[in-house]
Design a protein around this ligand. Structure first.
Ligand SMILES: Nc1ncnc2c1ncn2[C@@H]1O[C@H](COP(=O)(O)OP(=O)(O)OP(=O)(O)O)[C@@H](O)[C@H]1O
Length: 369
């Protein structure tokens, strides 16, 4: 009886036993076990208790909780009475032969081929979703003629010069944000010619005190003309994503977007179908206001994933001119999950690529995900 109350003493754990147990935990995005990936750090064993860090390639890892639970389960099954798993992340640069932006590890470019499909909306909410998952994020509005980010974040005052032609970005919702709209008024921008604009954007990339960023999201100017092409060519972009709407006409422009990235050897992570469907609130059915399936059609055509389908929802553009993005205003809704999943997929894919030592500046043949 008395002995029943005493904790049964388990044998002390061996380091090898713990590592063997953890080697059964597979990262589904990378398709490899977390020990051989080098993710397990700082393993401390005290008797039958184990504590360690699991260092992922991104804090926005979509399977973080699942991996943590698996680690606990496997090490307990190997004989531990207590397992303390500390999930951490170190975002590595994906590698790019071009001049790097100091402190910035990954640059994600968002294009659409043409205007009005929701590129800026996607850019800001992708940036916020990455931030919400624990990453350090910046947002650069490269749209010179019609910068929309100032309105989207509700900031319309000029940025501060730090001297040496360096600017301090604005802070909005925990992100570093920069836009042509913080420097020029619309009339000034309209008089600028291609090369001048181009120089401006380069300045924005390299002469802004971005700080330490895991991801810098670029809202590219709409279109795929010379300005966009030279911009993408000279910018150290880690990867691009292409926004489309479901209609046939929009797909044609999205194809131009992907061809632009291909021409300048920027790998494309996939497509985002915006205004994909509408839910009326009376039922849970998806109503297709426009045509349907366009994003998937493109994805199949290029052998790339459809990363997200964002619904058409009045809440997305109902900010009442206050500059409060939907992910800040709303905590629930299809779009909240869709943006969260998008951020997870983008971050996981960049993480996968950063681990691949051979991934420097791949040609078009190397873009499949
Ligand atoms: N999923 C959505 N549901 C409802 N409204 C949306 C959605 N996506 C974008 N919008 C609205 O559509 C309009 C155009 O979006 P946005 O400015 O993001 O497009 P864009 O492609 O960046 O345009 P531009 O080429 O002018 O920069 C905005 O009013 C925005 O609020």
């Amino acid at each position: 009886m008395f002995f029943g109350f005493m904790r049964k003493k388990r044998p002390a754990l061996e380091r090898e036993t713990v590592l063997k147990a953890l080697a059964r935990v597979i990262d589904p995005d990378l398709n490899r076990d977390i020990v051989s990936l080098g993710f397990v750090k700082n393993l401390v064993i005290k008797g039958d208790r184990a504590a360690f860090d699991v260092e992922l390639t991104t804090p926005a890892c979509p399977v973080k909780e699942q991996l943590k639970a698996q680690c606990e389960e496997e090490v307990k099954a190997a004989g531990a009475s207590r397992v303390d798993v500390n999930m951490t992340a170190r975002v590595r640069p994906t590698g790019n032969a071009k001049r790097q932006i100091p402190g910035v590890r990954n640059v994600i470019a968002v294009t659409s081929g043409k205007g009005g499909v929701g590129k800026s909306t996607i850019s800001i909410n992708l940036a916020l979703a990455l931030l919400r998952r624990g990453a350090r994020v910046g947002l650069l509005d490269c749209d010179i003629f019609g910068p929309s980010i100032p309105d989207l974040v509700g900031i319309n005052r000029p940025v501060r010069a730090l001297g040496d032609q360096t600017f301090a970005p604005h802070q909005a919702y925990g992100m570093n944000v920069m836009s042509m709209g913080f420097l020029l008024d619309g009339d000034q921008a309209a008089t600028m010619r291609g090369p001048m604009l181009h120089r401006f954007v380069q300045q924005f990339l390299f002469n802004v005190a971005w700080g330490d960023l895991d991801y810098l999201v670029l809202d590219l100017p709409p279109g795929t003309g010379d300005v966009q092409l030279s911009l993408t060519q000279e910018t150290p972009i880690s990867a691009g994503v292409v926004v489309t709407t479901p209609q046939e006409a929009a797909l044609r422009d999205a194809r131009k977007g992907i061809e632009m990235f291909r021409q300048v050897n920027v790998p494309v992570l996939g497509f985002i179908e915006n205004m994909s469907y509408y839910k009326c609130g009376k039922c849970d059915k998806e109503h297709h206001i426009f045509q349907s399936g366009g994003g998937q059609k493109l994805a199949d055509e290029y052998g790339l994933p459809l990363l997200a389908r964002i619904p058409l929802d009045p809440k997305i553009n109902e900010d009442g001119g206050e500059g409060v993005p939907v992910l800040i205003r709303e905590k629930e809704g299809d779009y909240v999950h869709a943006f969260g999943n998008l951020a997870g997929r983008v971050a996981a894919e960049l993480g996968r690529r950063s681990l691949n030592a051979g991934w420097a500046v791949p040609g078009p043949a190397a873009i499949e995900v």
